[in-house]
Unconditional design. Structure first.
Length: 174
């Protein structure tokens, strides 16, 4: 991006296209298309002015139990359906302050209490390699092999990432 080969806006548009193409996997509960494109335009301007943050252009998805001000958050439960967050989690604020681009919120087990994505009130996340099998782990690990995001933010790592790695041949680290 610093070299100008692709703009943030073009990058976001390519990720949005891939997310739409894989909608059947039920990975995203909501895609932040408008705010992601607006942030991309802002970051493009900062890049031209040489004032962009350290994470400029990084496309990030957040788990549905991490708050992002003025965006829905439900912890994949009907109990919180329609709730709009009044604040952003500290980690979200820090990502945004360094010009990361949040592209959407991902499905998870209800209240993030599970490890296989089979217990969401908004239906299961499907395994991209074989939809008859559980995906394992969190949608962040399901998305990365599909290149739907550059990075993902979720609330727990070790067990979930290891579980997904077994199902999807992903790489994990602590």
């Amino acid at each position: 991006m610093n070299a100008g080969a692709i703009s943030c806006k073009e990058l976001v548009q390519s990720y949005l296209k891939r997310i739409t193409e894989k909608k059947n996997l039920n990975i995203f509960l909501e895609v932040f298309e408008k705010s992601a494109l607006a942030k991309a335009e802002e970051v493009d301007k900062k890049l031209k002015e040489k004032k962009a943050g350290k994470l400029a252009g990084m496309i990030v998805a957040i788990k549905d139990n991490i708050c992002y001000k003025d965006h829905k958050v439900s912890a994949s439960s009907k109990i919180l359906e329609g709730f709009v967050s009044l604040y952003s989690a500290t980690v979200v604020e820090r990502l945004l302050s360094e010009d990361a681009i949040l592209i959407g919120r991902t499905n998870c087990d209800e209240f993030a209490m599970g490890s296989s994505n089979e217990n969401s009130a908004y239906d299961n996340v499907l395994n991209p390699l074989d939809t008859s099998r559980v995906p394992g782990g969190h949608p962040v690990e399901v998305q990365q092999p599909l290149q739907l995001i550059y990075a993902g933010l979720h609330s727990e790592a070790t067990r979930v990432v290891r579980f997904a790695s077994l199902h999807l041949s992903s790489v994990w680290w602590e």
